[in-house]
Design a protein around this ligand. Structure first.
Ligand SMILES: Cc1ncc(C[n+]2csc(CCOP(=O)(O)OP(=O)(O)O)c2C)c(N)n1
Ligand SMILES: [Mg+2]
Length: 803
């Protein structure tokens, strides 16, 4: 549908005039920030700048239709939208540019993200939820193009859930599902696969999502002809348009300089999405980049003279101004006065922000100069320290690094001396480093008391003669209790609904809890995770299922860029307690035996990663996670669903502690640390080793992130003096991580009588069938022989050579 210019008919003409001038004021303010922002980078005050110039007008229209409770999931061009909603002031804007590490000054990320990444607070200081229905919400941006798409789907789907499922205590999150999730994306970023994946999923799910495409014909220097078939994204998406017979999208196309058409389109989109829960796509064409893509280059290098001239003539702010004059909404004189005032206001906001950015640094500088002077005067290396002090004095606009570096270098000249002055310098340095480090490193994980790590253990309890049942039944019955207990819990994945997952761990639960809470979804891992992230950000407790661990890589970018960094990049102001359920480790062949734990534990810092060896422990982990607030990846043992386990009588209640290892077999001679499916093989080898007089202690890591917070493995090594880590990842993968944890972090090297060693899978993928497994993954003979050789090396007489 092409939208024609026509005034919105919901408000009076006087009000409309006022609105127009207010919008013009915001457009000019935002533009002035962009222009000055670029200068701040070019003069060296800020490191990088990417701005919203050339995209002002459609964002004003979007802001007009955005209501309390709504969510934005967008990208770095959206400063005008944020300003229109009073969520970003010019001063905030400059603080973001300078990277001020104070959240009250840079509310977007306390300096952690570059400018242009927009956030609102979902959480109070104590970690409790704010009332999200009483504020306008922006989910925290990430830089990765189209990375905002998966989460957008979940933010929209939450409304659908709240409208159709009875969720207890949901008043802070939704008013009957009336909230719209608003996405924004650049034209070139629609080339990403996840854009198409998400669009398709939103059409299938019919969720209230309005996605705007800011089309300026370029993605940095690359023209639309290299990006988009027919150079026209709405044209090629036309097949998604809904009609009388089929559900789908409403697709609108509007020119980015046409104010009335924009206002009309956004009102229309808002109504369709909000009332009908139909997704809407708005293609905004003819946008420009007055200053090029970012501060990293100039667009004169790659745009033709004609294009540059066209952009000047069609700059949305310029055309808006012309339209205001043509329609006599204001005079030239009035606009000039307005523009002059705005210039002054933005300049003073910039000045104030810069002064505020520097103020705490200058204060610390004064203290440090004093300390250095006193230390110099009391030292035999007076001249060297005085030089450092003078160098610091010469830095007029100091940053933290200047002070940290100078203080630490000065201390080298005080080696071996002892004085009160030195002690004071040491104390200042330690405190300064600690406080500064916190500003950059806090909130990788939840630092509040509502953390799953604080959930007390509840051991499984058993009837006197418990039934031995398939592992999958333990999971199923545990999920049953969870869904009963938590009305905000829901699970979805490929085959998770009607058949109750590929291993029947959810058998019958869709019938009981409905198709929205136990749901089948398309084959689209990235947006499955996105669904989970978005819903978790709106107070639901989703469990997103990735059918096999081997396929998590199709979602890995969303997990690592979005979910794992969310708490960190918002300095604890937003969270998504999403549980990712999957199954992995050895089963059959290259694509169903993955145990790529090294990759995952490195890429997913910020999440918990749990690898239970059986389904009772897995059930306990789910229960613990539901009581906490952290995102987690839980990998069930793929070959454990049909193994018999005694059925606990406290399913839904038992809680496995996170970050705690379990000694599964006590022993004296060597510590065998393992996890997951491999652990069963380690146990078999340990029993066989007993026959040759080797008494191995077997420890199940269970929780890789975090690992062994009580340092129980160290206790084990203190007793055995030997350590072998066994897993089925590649050499140097997770086994190297575990060895680092035990030997270096826990300090076990002091107690070792033999070199710490690892047994892993081969570096290639696991080959098919039983022999493929035997020769690809560690087997019990490998473990037996490795342990035997370690013992042989330490006592060749008692343990003669084996082969
Ligand atoms: C996944 C990913 N690939 C590449 C980049 C580098 N990059 C940043 S912006 C950009 C161009 C985006 O163009 P478009 O989507 O049209 O947005 P515009 O900047 O034109 O508004 C690229 C390639 C990135 N940030 N993320
Ligand atoms: Mg573009």
């Amino acid at each position: 549908m092409n939208i024609n210019s026509e005034a919105s008919n919901d408000i009076s003409f006087d009000d409309f005039q006022l609105q127009i001038l207010k919008d013009y004021e915001i457009a000019v303010t935002s533009r002035e920030c962009s222009l000055l922002g670029r200068r701040e980078v070019l003069t060296g005050k800020a490191k990088f700048g990417i701005f919203g110039d050339g995209k002002e007008l459609p964002q004003l229209a979007m802001a007009r239709s955005f209501r309390d409770g709504d969510f934005r999931s967008g990208y770095y061009r959206d400063q005008t939208f944020m300003m229109a909603l009073n969520l970003l002031t010019p001063k905030d804007f400059f603080h973001g540019l300078y990277a001020t590490t104070d959240i009250t000054k840079d509310p977007m990320s306390a300096g952690r993200q570059m400018g242009g990444h927009f956030t609102t607070f979902s959480l109070n200081e104590d970690g409790s939820w704010r009332d999200l229905t009483k504020q306008k919400n922006s989910s925290a941006d990430i830089s990765c193009t189209a990375g905002q798409m998966p989460r957008l789907l979940g933010l929209a789907q939450a409304s659908k859930i709240y409208r159709n499922v009875k969720v207890k205590n949901s008043s802070k999150f939704s008013d009957n599902g009336n909230e719209v999730a608003w996405g924004t994306i650049g034209n070139a970023s629609t080339s990403e696969g996840v854009f198409f994946e998400t669009i398709n999923a939103a059409g299938v799910l019919q969720v209230p999502m309005v996605i705007s495409i800011w089309d300026d014909n370029y993605g940095i220097s690359v023209h639309a002809k290299h990006q988009t078939t027919k150079e026209d994204i709405s044209k090629i998406l036309a097949g998604f348009q809904r009609d009388e017979k089929n559900k789908g999208f409403e697709i609108l196309k509007v020119k980015g300089w046409d104010y009335t058409a924009l206002i009309h389109a956004y009102e229309n989109a808002s109504d369709i999405a909000r009332d009908e829960h139909v997704p809407v796509l708005i293609h905004i064409t003819e946008l420009t980049q007055p200053q090029g893509h970012s501060t990293s280059g100039s667009h004169e290098r790659y745009k033709s003279e004609e294009r540059l001239q066209w952009e000047k003539d069609n700059d949305c702010n310029k055309r808006y101004r012309e339209w205001i004059l043509e329609n006599r909404i204001a005079t030239e004189e009035e606009l000039k006065t307005l523009e002059k005032n705005i210039k002054r206001l933005v300049r003073s906001a910039r000045k104030e922000a810069w002064e505020e950015f520097l103020a705490p640094h200058r204060e610390q500088k004064k203290i440090l100069v004093n300390l250095l002077e006193n230390a110099a005067n009391s030292s035999i290396n007076k001249n060297f320290i005085a030089k450092i002090k003078n160098d610091l004095i010469a830095i007029e606009e100091p940053i933290k690094k200047d002070m940290a570096s100078k203080a630490r270098k000065a201390l080298r000249y005080l080696l071996g001396e002892s004085s009160k002055e030195k002690d004071l310098l040491v104390a200042w340095t330690n405190k300064f480093l600690e406080e500064s480090q916190t500003k950059f490193s806090s909130f990788l994980y939840n630092e509040q008391s509502n953390n799953a790590l604080n959930v007390p253990e509840v051991k499984p309890s058993y009837d006197p003669e418990p039934a031995l049942v398939d592992g999958r039944l333990i999971l199923r019955d545990n999920f049953d209790v969870l869904f009963e207990k938590y009305s905000q819990a829901l699970i979805f994945g490929e085959d998770s609904g009607a058949i109750g997952d590929v291993n029947q761990g959810l058998e019958g639960l869709q019938k009981k809890y409905g198709e929205l809470r136990v749901a089948d979804v398309g084959i689209r891992e990235a947006s499955i995770i996105g669904q989970g992230i978005g819903m978790a950000m709106r107070g639901l407790r989703p469990i997103a299922e990735i059918q096999y661990l081997d396929y998590i890589f199709y979602a890995l970018f969303t997990l690592t860029d979005d979910l794992a960094t969310l708490l960190y990049r918002t300095v604890g102001k937003q969270r998504a307690p999403l549980i990712v359920r999957t199954r992995g480790h050895r089963l059959e062949g290259i694509w169903h035996s993955g145990s790529q734990m090294g990759g995952l534990i490195h890429l997913l810092r910020g999440m918990y990663i749990l690898v239970p060896r059986n389904m009772t422990i897995a059930a306990g982990f789910y229960n613990t996670l539901m009581k906490g607030n952290e995102p987690a990846l839980l990998i069930e043992s793929l070959n454990g669903y049909r193994l018999k386990e005694p059925r606990p009588n406290n399913l839904g209640e038992l809680c496995t502690p996170i970050g705690v290892v379990e000694v599964v077999r006590p022993g004296e001679d060597i510590t065998l640390l393992s996890y997951g499916s491999t652990l069963r093989i380690v146990m078999q080898a340990a029993n066989e080793l007993k026959e040759v007089g080797i008494d191995a202690e077997v420890v199940d890591a269970q929780s890789l992130l975090p690992f062994d917070l009580r340092q129980d493995v160290l206790k084990s090594v203190k007793k055995t003096s030997r350590l072998l880590v066994i897993d089925e990842d590649v050499p140097g993968g997770c086994s190297a991580y575990l060895t680092h944890e035990v030997v270096e972090k826990q300090g076990a090297y002091e107690y070792l009588d033999s070199a710490p060693q690892t047994i892993t899978a081969k570096p290639h993928r696991p080959a098919y069938a039983t022999d493929g497994d035997y020769f690809s993954k560690p087997n019990s003979e490998d473990i037996f022989e490795k342990v035997y050789n370690i013992m042989h090396e330490s006592n060749p007489v008692y343990f003669p050579k084996l082969r």
